[in-house]
Design a protein around this ligand. Sequence first.
Ligand code: IPM
Ligand code: MN
Length: 375
Amino acid sequence: MRHKIAVIPGDGIGPEVIREGVKVLEAAAEATPGLEFEFINFPYGAGHYLKTGELVPQGGLDQLAEMDAIYLGALGDPRVPTGVLEQGVLLKLRFYFEQYINLRPVKLYPGVRCPLAGKGPEHVNFYVVRENTEDFYVAIGGRAKGRSRAELGVVRSIYEAKFGLDIDVDRGEVAYQIGVISRKGSERVIRYAFELARRKGRRRVTSVDKANVLTHAYSLWREVFELVARDYPEIETEFAFVDAITMWFVKNPEWYQVVVTPNMFGDIITDLGAMIQGGLGLAPGGNINPDGVSMFEPIHGSAPKHAGKNVANPLATILAGQMMLEHLGEREAADKVEQAVAEVLKEGKVRTYDLGGRSGTSDVGDAVAAKAKKL
Ligand code: IPM
Ligand code: MN
């Protein structure tokens, strides 16, 4: 089949890793009769923003809506204040296209060192299904009872404040941010997690929350989890508090099969997940709307200090491409890419500095592409 893929290279190392991702997808297409791609580049990110003042314009959203999927590098740039690109591009796309599932496989491949003593590939192989459109990410909040430094027109760093150079701001000031959990939003992601377990032959789904303290929001989440679980009697279920699960990911990762979690806890535990699968350089994610346009990306950021040096590990992005293939129904090509990545990792000859090697970003892409073509 022919697929129209929007490519957003983004900032920092984004363009370098996405180039390798596209290279591998092209190799997979070459090796898979009938599979074809049309890649269309979109410039969103720091450069475009600084030049035009535009994040993602409505016209861009309309064009993206016509694509079969979006392939994203990374966003974030020291020249742009924190949050602008994250919210204006990444979260904008997740929300606009209602990509309500953030699927993050945590899988340790043979040949990759696990930082957990005594744990290997047979112990680290599960899925985190992160809710992706609610919780504290809805951006409801504000400040009251005072004026911020910004409003006073004075910007002082935390360090200046710490060393006694603080300015006269109203000490009564408060800030608040509201997390939202909806019945519909929980239902759809929790059901997806159970369906995933069924599809992948997994026997247990773990629900993450903090229902012992944040009782209002997460009691609804729990209630919905229990209701949905009834439709999957063959699957074992359990609840884990978010603080406890960070401990268990380290102590007993082999226990986990499918973990479903509200948005913010999912953000936090998948960075931990990335570490136990060998590092951020190996962790892909899919922002999925089963009935709409989905977006695939490495879960790492733009790592500005490594940008332009051909040193970043492109495997997280390549594996995000593999997830995209699977999502597009290209099972055979997806398997080829995964196998190619697994072989390159196992051989250990071509690897970037984060995995203890000296190869360049493009060497890793070349090695995976060459293998994929031969499979
Ligand atoms: C992630 C990132 C994003 C998130 C940021 C960049 C908005 O940390 O994809 O995990 O918090 O979801
Ligand atoms: Mn994150």
